[in-house]
Design a protein around this ligand. Sequence first.
Ligand SMILES: Cc1cc2nc3c(=O)[nH]c(=O)nc-3n(C[C@H](O)[C@H](O)[C@H](O)COP(=O)(O)OP(=O)(O)OC[C@H]3O[C@@H](n4cnc5c(N)ncnc54)[C@H](O)[C@@H]3O)c2cc1C
Length: 289
Amino acid sequence: MKIQKNVKLATKTTLHIGGYTKILYLPENEEELIHIAAELYEKEGKVYLLSGGSNLLINDQREFESVISMKEACTELTDLGNGRFYIGASNRIQKVISFVNERGYGGFEELIGLPAMFGGIICMNAGIGGESAPLFTIAEFVKKVKVFNLEKKDIEVIVANDCGFSHRTSMFQRGKYIILGAEIACQVINDKESDRKKRDRLTFCKANFEYGKGCFGSCFSKCNGKLLRLISILYPKNIEGVHFGKNTCNWLVNGGNGTFEEAYKIIKTSEKVHKLLHQDIMCEVVIWK
Ligand SMILES: Cc1cc2nc3c(=O)[nH]c(=O)nc-3n(C[C@H](O)[C@H](O)[C@H](O)COP(=O)(O)OP(=O)(O)OC[C@H]3O[C@@H](n4cnc5c(N)ncnc54)[C@H](O)[C@@H]3O)c2cc1C
C-alpha cells in the first residue's frame, strides 16, 4: 500500500480548502483497504474516507491523524450481461459512463460533469435536479451495494431497498460502511443518444455554473431558494474568498483565498436564517470539522 506523509488535503478537494493529514493511505486493492480501514476504526473509532473530494468541506486549521484515499482501491468494472454491471467504488463516473455506453447501455449520462468517484456518488445518492423536480438519482440504477461493515468487520451485500436512499442521502453517510462497489442495472441506449446527453449536459454546466478557483456543487440539498437568494445578496461578498455563486446561489465558490471558516460561516448563517423563519434547510456537503 502506498503511504504519503504530511499531505495537504486542500489539494484533494474540489473546493481547494483543507488542512493536513499526517498520513494519507492509498490502498491498492480491496484487501488493503479493508485491512487499514478496520485498523483505523479500531484505533480512532472513525475513518476519514476520501473519494473525489467534490462534496467535502475540510477544516484548514486542523491536522488529521490519517485519511484513506479511495483512488486505487476498488477499480473493478465487470459486464454481467443484459445491462447489469459491477462497478468498483474507485472508478471515476466519467469512466463508468464510457464503460456502460460502449456496451450499449446507460441512463445516467448527465452525471458526466461530476468530479466524483462511484463510491462517493452512491454515498451521496448523486443525481440531477432538485428534490421537488428530480430527473433521476443513482439509486434508481443501483441493485445492490457491496460494503465493508466497520463495526462488524465484515463484507456485506446490501440490496438497494435497504440502503436508505433519499434525496442526496443514504445510510452510508453514517460512517459505519465503506462502499466497495455496486451492481447496477442500466437502460438500453444508442451511441447517438448517449453522446447527445453528455454533450448537452456539459454545455449546460459550462453556461450555468461558476467554478471559480474551487467549488463543491450544491451546498444545500434542501432550502428555500428565494430565501437563499436573498441571503446571498445581503451576505458580505469577498470575491477572493468563499462566496455565494452569482448564477446559482446554492453553489459556494472559492475565489482563490477562501478559508474553512468563511465557508462554514456562510453555511451556519444560511441555516440560522432558515430556522428563524421556520424554513427547511439541509446541508448536503459533508463537513470534516
Ligand atoms: C462541479 C461540481 C458539480 C457537481 N454537480 C452535482 C450534481 O449535479 N449532482 C449531485 O448530486 N452532486 C453534484 N456535485 C457534488 C458531488 O460531486 C457529489 O456529491 C458526489 O457524489 C461526491 O462524490 P466524491 O467521490 O467526490 O465523494 P467525496 O466528496 O470524496 O466524499 C463525499 C462523502 O462520501 C463519503 N464517501 C466517499 N466514498 C465513499 C465510499 N466508497 N464508501 C463510503 N463513503 C464514501 C466520504 O467519506 C464523504 O463523507 C457536484 C460537485 C462539483 C464540484
